[in-house]
Design a protein around this ligand. Structure first.
Ligand code: NDP
Ligand code: 2IT
Length: 443
């Protein structure tokens, strides 16, 4: 049996209740076959793949807090520190009722390769809770965040592990978490990223994941003879990543015609009104039905459905496995040129395969959404220097990073005779740097 197959069998046997984690591992290890085949015995002897697929440590804790009625609520908190071969652990926190060990493991595993692709010194981790911020008052969110940090603080630090936002964790939550960390350790230090601009945050971090996604999409299109201007773009989600992807597409002269949330989706033929979307989602924290109320000429549909709308570029920016093989078929039959993942693992393996086999340019999330964590690393750099850079400075570094990622994954794919397979290119390029560091540092 090949070394890759041995490890896959072992990882599947040991993690059978965690389908999202297994999906992420399968994709990466399949891509690494040609790399491993070059010196299979050495990789096996060093147990490189087993070490990569088993987190350094998993922290799981109880979070008790009091709701507005006086009832005590109990949730579970997680921080999974996967790999720190190239820098301190880094990765977001997700607050969503679907969170369990398998989700955090898949995200932490992806984060190793993504962070490596940024070219910056950050290792891979992820955390979060099954807490659902939806419908909670500000005070309840604060109570939860403070209690969550009462456990998390002992495991993180600016040179150890630096969390940030993800689904359900934005500027408000980072503020409450930071306040409690500071209270507990009595240090003012850059332990979280995505902080407010007045207290250690970086300009352009809020925009970074969405903008970065569009910068890499623009480079991909440019290298294949297309221009962003005039393109029709379909986006899913309406959170941090979706909003700023839509904003940058619009700034570049493309037209974004859809957004979605977990209850429904909007089709706005005239182009999504970004300011209205921000007001509804970032300020009022309302559902997309409020967008329809404000713009009665657009269409609102319950459930899911954005991928049926004809487009040139599709940017899934909501959650894992939200773009299925049937959706991929619709995109292909409507003449879609490219799909770039804003979310983590939004396309199912079958969808990815179908898109690639039918000539759609496809960049996987660990490359295309790396702009968020890259800018988090820039926030860490600014905190270390006790300075802050201008929006233009951060934004131009972000753009350079995304353009570099595109060329690195393109080159890696070509080196292994897989030209145009950016999924394999991203997995290989992300792996090479981490693997070299692990081997250099010994056991
Ligand atoms: P937000 O919480 O800001 O927004 C998430 C959006 O996706 C919301 O519109 C939400 O709808 C929708 N959504 C979430 N879960 C589901 C679900 N199960 N079914 C349908 N819709 C869903 O999160 P972000 O924008 O930050 O994150 C979106 C994706 O991008 C995630 O995959 C995340 O891991 C990834 N990502 C985020 C980065 C960041 O910097 N924030 C960086 C890199 C990747 P609703 O409000 O109704 O739940
Ligand atoms: O998935 C991701 O890369 C993030 N949620 C951002 C992580 C970070 O540390 O900025």
């Amino acid at each position: 049996m090949s070394y890759v197959d041995e490890v896959l069998a072992r990882i599947h046997a040991e993690n059978s209740g965690e389908p999202e984690f297994l999906q992420a591992v399968d994709e990466v290890l399949e891509s690494l076959r040609p790399v491993i085949a070059q010196d299979e015995n050495k990789f096996r002897r060093d147990a490189v793949l087993e070490r990569l697929c088993n987190p350094d440590r998993q922290i799981k804790f109880r979070v008790s807090w009091v709701d507005d009625s006086g009832q005590v609520q109990v949730n579970t908190g997680y921080r999974i520190q996967f790999n720190n071969a190239i820098g301190p652990y880094k990765g977001g926190l997700r607050f969503h009722p679907s969170v369990y060990t398998g989700i955090i493991k898949f995200l932490g595993f992806e984060q190793i390769f993504k962070n490596s692709l940024t070219g910056l010194p950050i290792g891979g981790a992820k955390g979060g809770s099954d807490f659902d911020p939806k419908g909670k008052s500000d005070r309840e969110v604060m109570a939860f965040c403070k209690s969550f940090m009462n456990e998390l603080y002992r495991n993180i630090g600016p040179n150890k592990d630096v969390p940030a936002g993800d689904i359900g964790v934005g500027g408000r939550e980072i503020g409450y978490l930071f306040g409690q960390y500071k209270k507990l350790v009595k240090h003012y230090e850059g332990v979280l990223t995505g902080k407010g601009i007045g207290w250690g945050g970086s300009l352009a971090r809020t925009e970074a994941t969405g903008y970065g996604l569009v910068y890499i999409a623009e480079e991909l299109l440019k290298c294949h003879g297309y221009d962003m201007a005039g393109k029709t773009v379909v986006i899913s989600g309406s959170g941090n990543v979706a909003i700023y992807a839509a904003e940058k597409c619009t700034m570049l002269g493309a037209k974004v015609v859809t957004v979605s949330d977990s209850t429904g989706w909007i089709y706005d033929r005239d182009g999504i009104d970004i300011n209205l979307l921000k007001e509804i989602k970032e300020v009022r924290r309302e559902r997309l039905t409020a967008y329809k109320d404000a713009r009665p000429e657009c269409e609102y549909h319950e459930g899911r459905g954005v991928w049926q709308i004809p487009c040139d570029l599709a940017l899934p920016c909501a959650t894992q496995n939200e773009l299925t093989e049937d959706d991929a078929k619709l995109l292909v039959s409507n003449g879609c040129i490219a799909v770039c993942e804003g979310a983590n693992m939004p396309a199912t393996p079958e969808a990815t395969k179908y898109l690639q086999e039918n000539g759609v340019l496809f960049i996987s999330g660990k490359a295309s959404n790396a702009g968020g964590v890259a800018t988090s690393a820039l926030e860490m750099a600014q905190n270390s220097e006790r300075t802050s850079w201008s929006f233009e400075e951060v934004d131009s570094r972000l753009k350079d990073i995304m353009v570099n990622i595109y060329h690195n994954i393109d080159d890696a794919a070509k080196r292994y005779g897989l030209e145009g397979n950016y999924v394999a290119g991203a997995n290989i390029a992300g792996f090479e740097k981490v693997c070299d560091a692990m081997i250099s540092q010994g056991i």
